[in-house]
Write a protein that binds this ligand. Structure first.
Ligand code: C2E
Ligand code: CA
Ligand code: CA
Ligand code: CA
Length: 272
Protein backbone atom coordinates (compact mmCIF):
# COMPACT_ATOMS: atom_id res chain seq x y z
CA UNK A 1 0.00 0.00 0.00
CA UNK A 2 2.73 2.44 0.95
CA UNK A 3 4.65 1.69 -2.24
CA UNK A 4 1.63 2.23 -4.37
CA UNK A 5 1.00 5.58 -2.72
CA UNK A 6 4.54 6.79 -3.12
CA UNK A 7 4.20 6.40 -6.90
CA UNK A 8 1.65 9.15 -7.16
CA UNK A 9 4.48 11.66 -7.59
CA UNK A 10 2.91 13.48 -10.54
CA UNK A 11 0.76 15.10 -7.88
CA UNK A 12 3.65 17.31 -6.78
CA UNK A 13 4.50 18.68 -10.25
CA UNK A 14 3.36 22.20 -9.56
CA UNK A 15 6.01 22.73 -6.89
CA UNK A 16 9.54 23.94 -7.40
CA UNK A 17 12.30 21.40 -8.00
CA UNK A 18 14.08 21.55 -4.66
CA UNK A 19 11.09 21.04 -2.39
CA UNK A 20 9.66 18.48 -4.80
CA UNK A 21 12.88 16.48 -4.53
CA UNK A 22 12.89 16.87 -0.76
CA UNK A 23 9.37 15.51 -0.55
CA UNK A 24 10.25 12.48 -2.63
CA UNK A 25 13.31 11.79 -0.51
CA UNK A 26 11.37 12.16 2.72
CA UNK A 27 8.57 9.89 1.51
CA UNK A 28 11.01 7.18 0.48
CA UNK A 29 13.08 7.38 3.68
CA UNK A 30 10.06 7.57 5.92
CA UNK A 31 8.69 4.39 4.37
CA UNK A 32 11.98 2.72 5.12
CA UNK A 33 12.10 4.15 8.64
CA UNK A 34 8.71 2.58 9.35
CA UNK A 35 9.92 -0.80 8.11
CA UNK A 36 13.19 -0.53 10.05
CA UNK A 37 11.44 0.68 13.20
CA UNK A 38 13.44 3.92 13.36
CA UNK A 39 10.64 6.12 14.63
CA UNK A 40 9.93 6.87 18.25
CA UNK A 41 7.40 8.67 20.38
CA UNK A 42 8.26 11.41 22.84
CA UNK A 43 5.86 12.37 25.60
CA UNK A 44 5.16 15.88 26.83
CA UNK A 45 3.40 16.08 30.21
CA UNK A 46 0.54 18.48 30.86
CA UNK A 47 0.08 20.06 34.25
CA UNK A 48 -3.22 20.90 35.86
CA UNK A 49 -2.95 24.65 36.41
CA UNK A 50 -5.23 24.89 39.40
CA UNK A 51 -4.09 21.90 41.47
CA UNK A 52 -0.63 21.15 40.05
CA UNK A 53 -1.36 17.49 39.25
CA UNK A 54 0.43 15.79 36.35
CA UNK A 55 -1.56 12.85 34.99
CA UNK A 56 -1.60 13.32 31.24
CA UNK A 57 0.67 13.94 28.31
CA UNK A 58 0.74 14.24 24.53
CA UNK A 59 2.77 11.86 22.38
CA UNK A 60 4.81 13.37 19.55
CA UNK A 61 6.57 11.55 16.74
CA UNK A 62 10.35 11.73 16.50
CA UNK A 63 12.46 10.68 13.54
CA UNK A 64 16.22 10.74 13.27
CA UNK A 65 17.26 9.83 9.75
CA UNK A 66 20.97 8.93 9.57
CA UNK A 67 21.78 11.40 12.32
CA UNK A 68 19.55 14.12 10.87
CA UNK A 69 16.59 15.19 12.99
CA UNK A 70 13.58 15.68 10.76
CA UNK A 71 10.73 17.62 12.32
CA UNK A 72 7.18 16.20 12.31
CA UNK A 73 6.18 19.70 11.23
CA UNK A 74 7.92 18.82 7.96
CA UNK A 75 7.29 15.11 7.47
CA UNK A 76 3.68 14.84 8.71
CA UNK A 77 2.25 17.08 5.96
CA UNK A 78 4.29 15.13 3.39
CA UNK A 79 2.99 11.83 4.76
CA UNK A 80 -0.53 13.22 4.63
CA UNK A 81 -0.18 14.03 0.94
CA UNK A 82 1.33 10.68 0.01
CA UNK A 83 -1.08 8.62 2.09
CA UNK A 84 1.74 7.17 4.17
CA UNK A 85 0.10 8.87 7.16
CA UNK A 86 -2.29 5.92 7.38
CA UNK A 87 0.50 3.42 8.10
CA UNK A 88 2.31 5.96 10.24
CA UNK A 89 -0.86 6.62 12.19
CA UNK A 90 -1.31 2.90 12.88
CA UNK A 91 2.23 2.72 14.19
CA UNK A 92 1.67 5.73 16.47
CA UNK A 93 -1.56 4.27 17.85
CA UNK A 94 0.07 0.93 18.66
CA UNK A 95 3.09 2.55 20.30
CA UNK A 96 0.97 4.91 22.37
CA UNK A 97 -1.42 2.15 23.51
CA UNK A 98 1.61 0.03 24.47
CA UNK A 99 2.97 2.86 26.59
CA UNK A 100 -0.37 3.50 28.30
CA UNK A 101 -0.57 -0.21 29.10
CA UNK A 102 2.98 -0.18 30.43
CA UNK A 103 2.35 2.77 32.77
CA UNK A 104 -0.98 1.28 33.82
CA UNK A 105 0.72 -2.01 34.73
CA UNK A 106 3.11 -0.01 36.94
CA UNK A 107 0.15 1.56 38.70
CA UNK A 108 0.37 4.89 36.86
CA UNK A 109 -2.87 6.06 35.32
CA UNK A 110 -1.49 8.37 32.68
CA UNK A 111 -3.77 9.68 29.98
CA UNK A 112 -1.98 9.88 26.64
CA UNK A 113 -3.20 12.22 23.91
CA UNK A 114 -2.56 10.97 20.37
CA UNK A 115 -2.51 13.25 17.32
CA UNK A 116 -4.80 11.97 14.60
CA UNK A 117 -4.60 13.39 11.11
CA UNK A 118 -7.74 14.19 9.14
CA UNK A 119 -7.18 11.46 6.61
CA UNK A 120 -6.75 8.86 9.32
CA UNK A 121 -9.77 10.05 11.27
CA UNK A 122 -12.08 10.07 8.25
CA UNK A 123 -10.88 6.69 6.96
CA UNK A 124 -13.64 4.04 7.14
CA UNK A 125 -13.03 1.73 10.08
CA UNK A 126 -11.15 4.24 12.22
CA UNK A 127 -13.49 3.88 15.20
CA UNK A 128 -13.28 0.09 14.94
CA UNK A 129 -9.50 0.29 14.96
CA UNK A 130 -9.65 2.16 18.28
CA UNK A 131 -12.19 -0.27 19.69
CA UNK A 132 -10.01 -3.21 18.68
CA UNK A 133 -6.97 -1.70 20.42
CA UNK A 134 -8.90 -0.99 23.60
CA UNK A 135 -9.71 -4.71 23.76
CA UNK A 136 -6.28 -5.88 22.66
CA UNK A 137 -4.27 -3.71 25.07
CA UNK A 138 -6.80 -3.86 27.90
CA UNK A 139 -6.46 -0.23 28.94
CA UNK A 140 -9.26 1.93 30.37
CA UNK A 141 -10.70 4.05 27.52
CA UNK A 142 -10.41 7.17 29.71
CA UNK A 143 -6.62 6.89 29.46
CA UNK A 144 -6.77 7.44 25.71
CA UNK A 145 -7.30 10.89 24.29
CA UNK A 146 -7.52 11.65 20.58
CA UNK A 147 -6.47 15.09 19.36
CA UNK A 148 -8.14 16.21 16.16
CA UNK A 149 -7.33 19.50 14.55
CA UNK A 150 -9.99 22.09 14.19
CA UNK A 151 -9.68 22.02 10.38
CA UNK A 152 -9.95 18.24 10.10
CA UNK A 153 -13.27 18.41 11.92
CA UNK A 154 -14.64 21.52 10.23
CA UNK A 155 -13.68 20.61 6.66
CA UNK A 156 -16.00 17.65 6.80
CA UNK A 157 -18.20 18.43 9.73
CA UNK A 158 -21.06 16.10 8.88
CA UNK A 159 -18.96 12.93 8.69
CA UNK A 160 -16.66 14.17 11.47
CA UNK A 161 -19.50 14.60 13.87
CA UNK A 162 -20.77 11.07 13.17
CA UNK A 163 -17.31 9.62 13.84
CA UNK A 164 -16.95 11.68 17.02
CA UNK A 165 -20.26 10.36 18.33
CA UNK A 166 -19.09 6.77 17.74
CA UNK A 167 -15.71 7.42 19.37
CA UNK A 168 -17.41 9.04 22.33
CA UNK A 169 -19.41 5.85 22.88
CA UNK A 170 -16.15 3.96 23.33
CA UNK A 171 -15.32 6.19 26.29
CA UNK A 172 -12.15 7.73 24.90
CA UNK A 173 -11.51 11.39 25.49
CA UNK A 174 -11.61 13.82 22.54
CA UNK A 175 -9.97 17.18 22.08
CA UNK A 176 -9.83 19.84 19.40
CA UNK A 177 -6.23 20.75 18.63
CA UNK A 178 -4.88 24.08 17.38
CA UNK A 179 -8.11 25.75 18.35
CA UNK A 180 -8.53 29.25 17.01
CA UNK A 181 -6.36 28.78 13.91
CA UNK A 182 -9.08 27.58 11.55
CA UNK A 183 -12.34 29.18 10.58
CA UNK A 184 -14.60 27.36 12.91
CA UNK A 185 -18.03 28.53 13.64
CA UNK A 186 -18.51 28.73 17.38
CA UNK A 187 -21.87 27.09 16.89
CA UNK A 188 -20.11 23.93 15.73
CA UNK A 189 -18.07 23.75 18.89
CA UNK A 190 -21.23 23.16 20.89
CA UNK A 191 -22.44 20.58 18.37
CA UNK A 192 -19.36 18.33 18.56
CA UNK A 193 -19.13 15.84 21.40
CA UNK A 194 -15.62 16.75 22.54
CA UNK A 195 -14.16 17.09 26.03
CA UNK A 196 -11.38 19.62 25.61
CA UNK A 197 -10.03 22.36 23.42
CA UNK A 198 -6.35 23.16 23.01
CA UNK A 199 -5.53 26.82 22.49
CA UNK A 200 -2.94 27.10 19.75
CA UNK A 201 0.57 28.16 20.65
CA UNK A 202 0.37 31.15 18.31
CA UNK A 203 -2.10 32.84 20.70
CA UNK A 204 -0.32 31.77 23.87
CA UNK A 205 3.09 32.97 22.73
CA UNK A 206 1.84 36.49 21.98
CA UNK A 207 -0.69 36.92 24.74
CA UNK A 208 1.46 38.78 27.26
CA UNK A 209 2.24 41.71 24.96
CA UNK A 210 -0.67 41.66 22.54
CA UNK A 211 -4.03 42.68 24.02
CA UNK A 212 -5.92 41.13 21.12
CA UNK A 213 -4.32 37.71 21.51
CA UNK A 214 -4.98 38.01 25.22
CA UNK A 215 -8.65 38.69 24.57
CA UNK A 216 -8.82 35.64 22.28
CA UNK A 217 -7.31 33.37 24.93
CA UNK A 218 -9.65 34.68 27.62
CA UNK A 219 -12.65 34.31 25.30
CA UNK A 220 -11.75 30.72 24.39
CA UNK A 221 -11.41 29.84 28.08
CA UNK A 222 -14.79 31.35 28.92
CA UNK A 223 -16.58 29.93 25.90
CA UNK A 224 -15.19 26.43 26.49
CA UNK A 225 -16.15 26.51 30.15
CA UNK A 226 -19.64 27.75 29.35
CA UNK A 227 -20.00 24.74 27.05
CA UNK A 228 -18.73 22.39 29.74
CA UNK A 229 -15.37 21.77 28.06
CA UNK A 230 -11.90 21.85 29.55
CA UNK A 231 -9.13 24.04 28.17
CA UNK A 232 -5.46 23.27 27.56
CA UNK A 233 -2.94 25.97 26.64
CA UNK A 234 -0.08 24.70 24.47
CA UNK A 235 3.37 26.19 24.03
CA UNK A 236 3.53 27.85 27.47
CA UNK A 237 7.11 29.09 27.89
CA UNK A 238 7.06 31.87 30.49
CA UNK A 239 5.84 32.57 34.01
CA UNK A 240 3.86 35.59 32.79
CA UNK A 241 1.93 33.40 30.36
CA UNK A 242 1.27 30.90 33.11
CA UNK A 243 0.11 33.66 35.44
CA UNK A 244 -2.44 34.99 32.95
CA UNK A 245 -3.70 31.52 32.04
CA UNK A 246 -4.18 30.78 35.73
CA UNK A 247 -6.20 33.97 36.10
CA UNK A 248 -8.35 33.00 33.11
CA UNK A 249 -9.18 29.68 34.72
CA UNK A 250 -7.39 27.62 32.03
CA UNK A 251 -7.36 23.98 33.15
CA UNK A 252 -4.12 22.53 31.78
CA UNK A 253 -0.77 23.86 30.75
CA UNK A 254 1.60 22.24 28.29
CA UNK A 255 4.90 23.74 27.22
CA UNK A 256 8.62 24.07 27.72
CA UNK A 257 8.05 26.01 30.97
CA UNK A 258 6.85 22.83 32.64
CA UNK A 259 8.40 20.07 30.52
CA UNK A 260 9.78 19.43 27.06
CA UNK A 261 8.77 16.34 25.10
CA UNK A 262 11.06 13.44 26.11
CA UNK A 263 11.24 9.64 25.96
CA UNK A 264 8.75 7.82 28.19
CA UNK A 265 11.47 6.63 30.58
CA UNK A 266 12.46 10.26 31.28
CA UNK A 267 8.99 11.70 31.84
CA UNK A 268 7.65 8.85 34.00
CA UNK A 269 8.93 10.46 37.21
CA UNK A 270 6.83 13.57 36.60
CA UNK A 271 3.52 11.76 36.92
CA UNK A 272 2.16 11.91 40.45
P1 C2E B 1 0.94 19.97 17.65
O1 C2E B 1 0.01 18.81 17.75
O2 C2E B 1 0.36 21.34 17.73
O3 C2E B 1 2.04 19.72 18.77
C1 C2E B 1 2.63 20.74 19.55
C2 C2E B 1 3.99 21.10 19.04
O4 C2E B 1 4.53 22.16 19.85
C3 C2E B 1 5.01 19.97 19.16
O5 C2E B 1 5.91 20.13 18.06
C4 C2E B 1 5.72 20.28 20.47
O6 C2E B 1 7.00 19.70 20.56
C5 C2E B 1 5.77 21.77 20.39
N1 C2E B 1 5.87 22.42 21.70
C6 C2E B 1 5.39 21.98 22.89
N2 C2E B 1 5.62 22.87 23.86
C7 C2E B 1 6.26 23.92 23.27
C8 C2E B 1 6.78 25.19 23.76
O7 C2E B 1 6.67 25.52 24.93
N3 C2E B 1 7.37 25.99 22.84
C9 C2E B 1 7.50 25.66 21.53
N4 C2E B 1 8.12 26.51 20.71
N5 C2E B 1 7.02 24.48 21.03
C10 C2E B 1 6.41 23.64 21.90
P2 C2E B 1 6.42 18.87 17.25
O8 C2E B 1 6.68 17.74 18.17
O9 C2E B 1 7.53 19.37 16.36
O10 C2E B 1 5.17 18.48 16.34
C11 C2E B 1 4.72 19.34 15.33
C12 C2E B 1 3.39 18.90 14.80
O11 C2E B 1 3.51 17.65 14.11
C13 C2E B 1 2.34 18.66 15.88
O12 C2E B 1 1.78 19.89 16.26
C14 C2E B 1 1.38 17.76 15.15
O13 C2E B 1 0.52 18.51 14.33
C15 C2E B 1 2.30 16.95 14.27
N6 C2E B 1 2.55 15.64 14.90
C16 C2E B 1 3.49 15.27 15.81
N7 C2E B 1 3.38 13.96 16.12
C17 C2E B 1 2.32 13.48 15.40
C18 C2E B 1 1.68 12.19 15.28
O14 C2E B 1 2.02 11.20 15.95
N8 C2E B 1 0.63 12.10 14.40
C19 C2E B 1 0.18 13.19 13.69
N9 C2E B 1 -0.86 13.01 12.84
N10 C2E B 1 0.75 14.40 13.79
C20 C2E B 1 1.80 14.54 14.63
CA1 CA C 1 -1.43 18.08 19.18
CA1 CA D 1 -1.57 21.70 19.06
CA1 CA E 1 -0.17 23.93 17.28
Amino acid sequence: MALKNSKSVHYFNADDGASHQRRLTITRRLEQALIDNQLSLYYQPKQHLQNGQVRSCECLLRWIDNGEFISPGEFIPIAERSGLILLLGEWVLDSAFKQVKHWYSEGREVQVAINISARQFLQPGFTESIERRLKEYQVPPSLIELELTETSIMDNHQLASEVLVELRKLGVSLSIDDFGTGYSSLAYLSAFPVDKVKIDRSFVSQMVDAPKQQAIVLTICQLAHNLGLQVIAEGVETDSQRELLHQYGCDYLQGYLFARPAPASEVSVLFN
